[in-house]
Design a protein around this ligand. Structure first.
Ligand code: PMP
Length: 386
């Protein structure tokens, strides 16, 4: 038989799937994959179920149900003051994952380059490479993940087609400041590039941190695609409903990609997400407030165990430094695999977010969990550490 695609044949199974399978096999507490214990708003689940039963089960419009596209435009105006034409500037996708793929397909040519920031979500680099786009990864350094400005400036070249920015950032739990965003935006503009902004954690922001879409910065409205995900905003990660907001000229080729990749997204889920986005502000602020409690519960428990933790301004994730528990010959993946067996707790090794040479001993905890789940994981870690 002829060889299958070399890059994808050589890729491993994503760490999130692999660690969740390990959690099931060992009946371990799963603080690995980023999904909430919370079942999501009851009204949305009821609305999705009723829409199916009522018979709305055929192909919806390719760009998404008008009600959802209108809701995305209204959301972008309410939270960010963006003036968005729902008919030409909003596309509904099957999750942010598809939205990212559509953006890369629609915007890039083989031979282009994309600037990405490490630690980076694990789909970015392989998908870019498969499309013939070279990812130029620039590393942020823990614990505070400040921008290496000279390196960033050097990573942009005449071939740079886009900057891929994830803020709030998984797994670093960093929320980029306006000043940092402005620095990046100026590089994008100076190189006449695009920004693809993965903002799936836009409403999961804590304390004084504030999420500002790069799209709202001067000069960026015409060159930015902003991606959101109902999975994160409504604690329903299995639904895979995403949305892209972009200027019409940019969205047209992105929509062509969508037309060939999935064409549409289940109508009942779109209908329910439209209702979700229209909820009052209390829903959105409540989401962050609930997560802060969980973050603090986990952080206090880890501190009591003597596990150093890194700052966390947003997302579902807290990064901890467990280097002193690694065996001399062990990497963070080996450590996390051993922890499942020995402690019954699943975490994600940070090396999953680096193409090579991750900082040693960092692990990612997911805290979008019930108190009882967090407490059980902490109790098991305590026993293991002792
Ligand atoms: N981007 C980031 C940074 C994520 O963490 C995730 C989900 N883990 C996604 C995109 C994918 O979102 P969706 O489930 O909507 O495809």
């Amino acid at each position: 038989m002829k060889a299958t695609n070399a890059l994808l044949s050589a890729s491993g199974t994503t760490i999130f799937e692999a660690m969740s399978a390990l959690a099931r096999a060992h009946a371990a507490v799963n603080l690995g994959q980023g999904f909430p214990d919370d079942p999501g708003p009851r009204a949305l689940r009821d609305a999705a179920a009723a829409y199916v039963v009522d018979g709305h089960n055929q192909y919806p419009p390719m760009m998404g149900l008008p009600a959802l596209r209108q809701a995305v435009a209204a959301h972008d105006r309410r939270f960010y003051g963006l003036d968005v034409d729902w008919q030409t500037e909003v596309l509904v996708t099957s999750g942010a994952t598809e939205a990212l793929f559509d953006c890369f397909l629609g915007l890039c040519e083989p031979g282009d380059e994309a600037v990405i920031l490490e630690p980076a979500y694990d789909t970015y680099a392989p998908v870019l490479r498969r499309l013939g786009v070279t990812p130029r990864a620039v590393r942020l350094t823990p614990p505070d993940w400040t921008l290496p400005r000279a390196e960033l400036a050097a990573a942009f070249t005449p071939r740079t087609k886009l900057l891929l920015l994830n803020s709030p950032m998984n797994p670093a739990a960093k929320v980029f400041t306006v000043e940092e965003l402005t620095f990046l935006a100026e590089l994008v503009i100076a190189h006449d590039a695009y920004a693809v902004c993965d903002e799936v954690y836009e409403h999961l922001v804590f304390g004084a941190a504030r999420h500002v879409p790069m799209m709202t910065l001067p000069g960026m409205r015409d060159r930015t695609a902003r991606i959101g995900s109902a999975g994160k905003t409504f604690s329903i990660t299995g639904w895979k409903v995403g949305y892209v907001t972009a200027p019409a000229a940019m969205l047209r080729p992105i929509t062509k990609a969508h037309q060939f990749v999935t064409f549409t997204t289940p109508p009942n889920l779109q209908h329910a997400v439209a209702l979700g986005l229209a909820q009052d502000d209390a829903y959105f602020t409540g989401l962050g407030a609930g997560l802060v409690r969980s973050r603090d519960r986990l952080a206090a428990g880890l501190a009591a165990l003597g596990v150093p933790i890194l700052p966390c301004e947003g997302t579902y994730f807290l990064v901890a430094d467990m280097a002193r528990w690694l065996r001399p010959d062990e990497d963070d993946l080996g450590f996390c695999q051993r922890l499942v067996v020995e402690a019954g707790v699943v975490l994600i090794p940070m090396s999953a977010f680096y193409e090579r040479g991750a900082p040693r001993g960092l692990v990612r905890f997911c805290f979008s969990k019930l108190d009882a789940t967090i407490d059980l994981a902490l109790a098991r870690l305590a026993t293991w550490i002792r």
